[in-house]
Structures are given as C-alpha cells and as structure tokens.
Ligand binder design. Structure first.
Ligand SMILES: Nc1ncnc2c1ncn2[C@@H]1O[C@H](COP(=O)(O)OP(=O)(O)OP(=O)(O)O)[C@@H](O)[C@H]1O
Ligand SMILES: [Mg+2]
Length: 265
C-alpha cells in the first residue's frame, strides 16, 4: 500500500462536490442533519463514522438515489438537487456499480462495454448488441485491464468472486467517465491482501483518470494510508474534517468513534 498520501500535488482548493445543509429525514429519524461537505478537485476524501451514522444516505442523496428532505447538492457549482439519479452520471458523478446492477449472464467485457457505449451515446436507446458492438470494446478493455480483470474478461459476471465483482463495479463506474467517483465500502468482505490491492487500485485510478474520490470505508488502515482528508460523520452530522493526522488526534473523534482503537492504528 502506498504511503505518499497527503499533500497530493493534484489536490487543489477548488471545490468540486459540495453539499449545502443537506438533510434527510425518515419519519422521526434524522439520518443526515445539515451536512455541509466540500470536496476539492483531485482530493481523495474518506467518510468514516459508526454504523448508522448516515454515510450511505449521504451518498444516496449525492447520486440521486434518495431525494433530499432539505438542502442542495452541487457539482462545480451546478445545482444537481432536482436531477434524477439517471441524469447524474452525465454530469460527472459515478458510484461503483453493485452486483445487482450488472447483467449477470453477460461477460465482464460486455458489462463494461455497454456502460462505455451508453456514456458515449448519452442514452440506452442505441443498439448496444448490434452493429455498434465493437466500438466500445477497446475502451472497455482499458478499464478492465486497469482493475486487473484482463485475464477473465470473458467470464460471465455471476461467476466472478465477490472481490472481482467489486472490481467489475469499479470498471463500470470508470466507464461512465466520471469527475467524482463515490465508493461505498469497496473493501467489505475482502481478505487483507485483497483490501491492500483495492487501496492501491483506488489510488491508481484516481491518478490515471484525474478523479476526485469520496470513499466510505471502515478499514482504518486503508483510510489513513490513502486519504488526503477525512470527514467523520456521527449521528447524521459532520463531527470533524481534517488530515489523517488531525483526525487521529481529534478528541471529539476519539470520544465518539475511534475510542480505544487508536493504539492499533
Ligand atoms: N430507506 C430508509 N428508510 C428508513 N430509514 C433508513 C433508510 N435508509 C437508512 N435509514 C436509516 O438511516 C440511518 C443512517 O443509515 P445509513 O445506511 O446511511 O448509515 P451508514 O453510516 O451507511 O451505516 P453503515 O456503516 O452500517 O453502512 C440508520 O438509522 C438507518 O437505519
Ligand atoms: Mg452504509
């Protein structure tokens, strides 16, 4: 796992993805409460926090999977709040595809190629398996190689291991040509070796495609090694944002979340 994380030269102070007083209520439950997130161009931002803190709900509002109860989401200053989920990839927001969003009876190559062609055409209406079929293959292969699935590009998605499905999900997200990539616990269920590989892969794709990455992650080794900055969410609110060092030394964060684990990290 690479150790040169902070003060990445590609990180600027230009905000790309911002949330403004973003709030989500499920009945009485306030899952996100006035969240003001500001992620800069080229940054790798981790979002951490206890189970139920509201991390996935925040992603869901950023991608449009859930409507915000209040507040706004902007990308490069453009208000996306009212845009439906399917329109947001065209604006530059992508989240890693889940296995249930794949064509499970199609190969790795076909899954990525369909996303490439859809992104290029801006719609699903074109003949994806017909005459235009070969057009996206070269581009798709590039993403497939990058995530390490080259040798099994012709394997059907449902026969992939859990870790390889996650890699495929990442290749499909990259194929939408995003500006901001959202990853929700990309290492969950992975072995320590796969986890380290995935952390390296995230850094690699960020560099290769000049991405801004927002990463929800429970593995503190991953978080501390690859993040430029970390935001701690607790009970739906931002408790702190800072460098890995600042977050490790923050007393509020210690009390609310890291607790006794500091000695281990
Ligand atoms: N669709 C929903 N309807 C009702 N309550 C929900 C819904 N989605 C999330 N919640 C609740 O909102 C709160 C925040 O959930 P969320 O999934 O965002 O947490 P999280 O930080 O991602 O947790 P984890 O680390 O376990 O993934 C939780 O109390 C959860 O039960
Ligand atoms: Mg979650």
């Amino acid at each position: 796992m690479s150790s040169e994380h902070a003060a990445d030269a590609s990180t600027t102070s230009k905000p790309v993805l911002e949330t403004h007083d973003l709030t989500k209520r499920f009945g009485e439950l306030v899952a996100n409460d006035d969240v003001n997130l500001r992620v800069n161009d080229g940054e790798l931002r981790a979002i951490i926090g206890p189970n139920g803190a509201g991390k996935t709900t925040l992603f869901n509002m950023i991608t449009g999977a859930l409507d915000a109860t209040e507040g706004r989401v902007t990308l490069d200053g453009k208000d996306l709040t009212a845009l439906p989920e399917e329109a947001r990839p065209h604006e530059g927001i992508a989240r890693s595809f889940q296995s249930n969003q794949m064509f499970e009876d199609e190969t790795v190559l076909e899954n990525v190629r369909v996303v490439v062609q859809t992104a290029q055409a801006g719609s699903f209406s074109l003949d994806l398996w017909g005459n235009g079929r070969d057009l996206g293959v070269t581009t798709a292969d590039e993403f497939i190689e990058l995530v390490g699935l080259g040798p099994i590009r012709d394997t059907v998605a449902k026969n992939l291991s859990h870790g390889d499905q996650r890699r495929l999900g990442m290749a499909m997200a990259l194929a939408t040509d995003p500006e901001v990539l959202l990853l929700d616990e990309p290492t969950s269920g992975m072995s320590p070796a796969e986890t380290a590989e995935t952390a390296d892969l995230i850094e690699e794709i960020k560099q290769e495609y000049d991405l801004t990455v927002v990463l929800i992650e429970h593995d503190m080794d991953v978080v501390l090694s690859i993040s430029d900055r970390i935001t701690v969410l607790n009970r739906g609110s931002i408790l702190a944002t800072g460098s890995p060092e600042e977050i490790q030394n923050d007393q509020d964060v210690q009390d609310a979340y890291l607790g006794g684990v500091k000695e281990e990290i």
